[in-house]
Each structure stands twice: as C-alpha cells, then as structure tokens.
Design a protein around this ligand. Structure first.
Ligand SMILES: Cc1cc2nc3c(=O)[nH]c(=O)nc-3n(C[C@H](O)[C@H](O)[C@H](O)COP(=O)(O)OP(=O)(O)OC[C@H]3O[C@@H](n4cnc5c(N)ncnc54)[C@H](O)[C@@H]3O)c2cc1C
Length: 384
C-alpha cells in the first residue's frame, strides 16, 4: 500500500494546508515547555481534539469536499499525523488536547456507558487526556507494574507512581494501568480523574519532545467500580490482551510521526542547502528513497491493523524503521548543513532532539524487534 486513494489525498491536502501554523507554537513550546501559553489556538489542533472518536459517539466529523473523516481508523490517523509532523511539528501534536492514546484504550476496553461518557467529554471542549502505563522502575516490563487498585467499600483505591506520561501534568482525566491482583489477569485499566487531592502531577524536563511528558502520583485516589474498564469482558480480554491490541494502531501513529519528522528534515535541508554544493544531493536522494520506503511500510501496517487489529508485527516493524529513519534524517540534515547548523537552524535542531523520542514511545525498538522476531518464529513453526 504505497498510494493513497482520492479520499485520503483530500485529507492529506487539508492537513498539509493547515499544519504550517503549528511551527511557531512548536518553537514556543520548545523554549518554554512549562509555560501556560502552551496551547495557542491552532485551528488544526482544535479540530483534531474533537476527532479520533468511534463512529457511534462522533458528533462532529470532519467533512472536506463531501468526504467525511473521523480520523479514527489507523490509516486515517497515519495520514493525518504524518502530514501534520512533516509540515508542522510532531511534539506539538503529542502535547495537544484530544483522546489519542487514552481513547484507544477506552474504545478497546470500555463498555457503552464508559465510552459514551469519555468521548462526549472530549468532544464538548478541547480536553487533554493521558494513558499512564510507564513506571519509574522500567516501562518495557509493563506486565511487572506496581501501581495498585485495592478494593474498598464503593470501588477501589489507587496507589502508585507513573513516569514519562504524555500530557500527565495538564489532563483532567486519563486511563491508568494498575494491578487488582497477582499475575497477568490481575492487570486492569481504569478511568481516573486527576482533580482528587490524592493525585499529584508535574512536568518532566527532557531534551527532545519538550513539554510533552509528565509524572503522576496517586495516594488513595478513589476509583468507582464504574470506572474500571472491561467490566463487560471476560477476564482474559479486559487487561493486557486489550491494551496490547490498542497498541497496534498507536504504533502506526508513532511510525507516522517518525516519517513526518524525517520528511520535515529532508524538505528543510533541500530548501536551505547552498545550491553550489552538488555532493549532498546524492545523500538527499538516498534519504528520499528511504523515506518513501518507510512511509509505504507504515501505510501498509495501518491498513493491516484496520483489517485485523491483532496484527502486531507490521506496526512493530514500521515503528522500528521510522524511529531509525527520523534519527538518521535529522542527523544527516545537520551534517549537510555544516558546522553550526544546530545554532543556525533551531527548528532542525529541535527535530533532531525530538527524533530520539520516537524510539521510546509506544515501546522501545528492542521491544518492537522482539515482536517482529516472534511473528517470524511463529510463521516459521507453522510451515514446518
Ligand atoms: C515521547 C514519549 C512519549 C511517551 N508517552 C507515554 C505515555 O503517554 N504513556 C506511558 O505510559 N508511557 C509513555 N512513554 C514512556 C515509554 O513508553 C517508555 O519510555 C518505554 O516504555 C520504555 O520504558 P523506560 O523508559 O522505562 O525504559 P526501560 O524499559 O528501562 O528500557 C531501557 C532500555 O533497555 C531496553 N530493554 C528493556 N527491556 C528489554 C528487554 N526485555 N529486552 C531487550 N531490551 C530491553 C530498552 O529497549 C531500552 O533501550 C513515552 C515516552 C516518550 C519518549
């Protein structure tokens, strides 16, 4: 799947036209990651905040040239995020309000009442949300989490700490993974409101993706029974199984952001490279070919996930390739633009720092490699 159909080309053009307005705000966020002026009114982000909602709960789909978009399928999300990162900025997208990561879990694990409540709230006004899984002792080992949900009279009490959580410090609600009991079936996801006094949050200072990440601390935060996701599902489907499936489209989005950063760096270098220097042209041509390859892989992965949400290895392969590509493209761009490029081209410097964040979000490259290896090993075993 390398070419987009007419409908998706319309979506891409819309994002391409709107995205350049993100860049000024992105530089402001990079300079003042803790600033309260973080979310200036950028129409594209305002619009995205009300999208990514399942059809059943969508109130205000995006309509362009007679085509309707919810930006809820993996492929629509990929087209949107790649283009917005290529012509705008990936970090600003990740720091924007909306349902992106939490919404995936709510859609995968929530019953009708939970989904309706969550998606109506994010559509009422731009609302930040978070998905809190990673803990201080190690994010890759997600099954070994220590945050607990302890039963009490009218539900549960939440205790624990989460780190490196997108928008943790600015969201009124989100989804938290926690343990109700031992073993993999004891892991559950809960909708959590951060207004309770037992819930503390703060920003994390980072080198790349500045202003995106925060921490969350929970001390006896009450979680009503009705906020535990997956009540209507069998015990094997309501915990890890559910969120592992929700991660497949999220990895496609992370891959799209990586491709977008690479394209932004590539276009920027073509525009700013002195014309008299011919040799860099060869490097840029090779980079352009790599970008097209990873872009095609990412689109194929998204189409495969839309056809079968359990498809894990293609999103993993795409995310891994895109994370490497983003780092390679930005460092090539800095090299070609010569000594002092980081100082002379602050946007490029920013993307070079942001690129390293792609490797870690939605599972590190090692974790993706294991997923691809497992799929190959299973296929190999099936053919013996
Ligand atoms: C931009 C960004 C956004 C993020 N957003 C969120 C979010 O919204 N919610 C959230 O919960 N988390 C989020 N994260 C955190 C992210 O999910 C974690 O960083 C990631 O899971 C890795 O966890 P860790 O940082 O604790 O590293 P660790 O798990 O400690 O890993 C450290 C290193 O060891 C390697 N490693 C670990 N285990 C293995 C293994 N079994 N085999 C081989 N190598 C291994 C890893 O690949 C890595 O190189 C975000 C991170 C970034 C950078």
């Amino acid at each position: 799947m390398t070419r987009l159909d007419q409908r998706l080309r319309v979506l891409r053009q819309y994002v391409r036209d709107e995205a350049p307005a993100l860049r000024t705000a992105a530089q402001e966020l990079d300079t003042h990651p803790d600033g309260s002026t973080l979310y200036p009114k950028v129409p594209l982000l305002d619009r995205l905040a009300t999208l990514q909602v399942p059809r059943r709960y969508a109130r205000n789909p995006l309509v362009i040239e007679g085509h309707e978009f919810l930006v809820a399928s993996a492929l629509e999300r990929v087209v949107f995020h790649e283009e917005a990162a290529a012509h705008g900025d990936a970090a600003l997208l990740l720091s924007a309000p909306g349902s992106l990561t939490a919404g995936m879990l709510v859609a995968a694990l929530g019953d009708d009442e939970q989904q309706r409540g969550f998606f109506e709230r994010v559509q009422e006004r731009p609302t930040w949300t978070f998905l809190a899984m990673t803990e201080p002792h190690g994010g890759s080992d997600a099954a070994n989490l220590r945050t607990t949900l302890t039963p009490c009279d009218d539900g549960y009490l939440l205790n624990g700490t989460k780190r490196f959580i997108g928008n943790a410090h600015r969201s009124p609600l989100g989804v938290v993974t926690a343990r109700t009991g031992a073993g993999p079936l004891g892991i559950r996801c809960a909708l959590v409101e951060t207004s309770h006094p037992g819930c503390g949050s703060g920003p994390i200072a980072t080198l790349g993706m500045r202003g995106v990440l925060g921490t969350l601390d929970f001390h006896d935060v009450p979680v009503p029974d009705a906020h535990l996701l997956g009540r209507h599902l069998s015990p094997t489907r309501r915990g890890m199984w559910g969120w592992l499936h929700a991660f497949n489209p999220l990895r496609c989005v992370a891959a799209a952001l990586g491709v977008g950063i690479a394209r932004a760096a590539y276009d920027y270098t073509k525009q700013h490279l002195p014309r008299r220097r011919a040799t860099p042209g060869r490097h840029l041509d090779a980079l352009g070919a790599r970008i097209r390859g990873v872009q095609a892989l990412t689109r194929s992965a998204a189409a495969a996930v839309d056809a079968d949400p359990a498809n894990a290895h293609l999103p993993a392969a795409a995310k891994n390739a895109a994370a490497c590509l983003a780092v390679e493209a930005t460092s090539t761009a800095l090299r070609l633009l010569g000594p002092g490029a980081r100082l002379e081209h602050p946007l490029l410097d920013k993307w070079a720092r942001d690129a390293h964040g792609i490797e870690y979000m939605e599972g590190t490259s090692h974790v993706q490699e294991q997923s691809v290896f497992n799929a190959l090993a299973r296929a190999d075993a099936a053919h013996r």
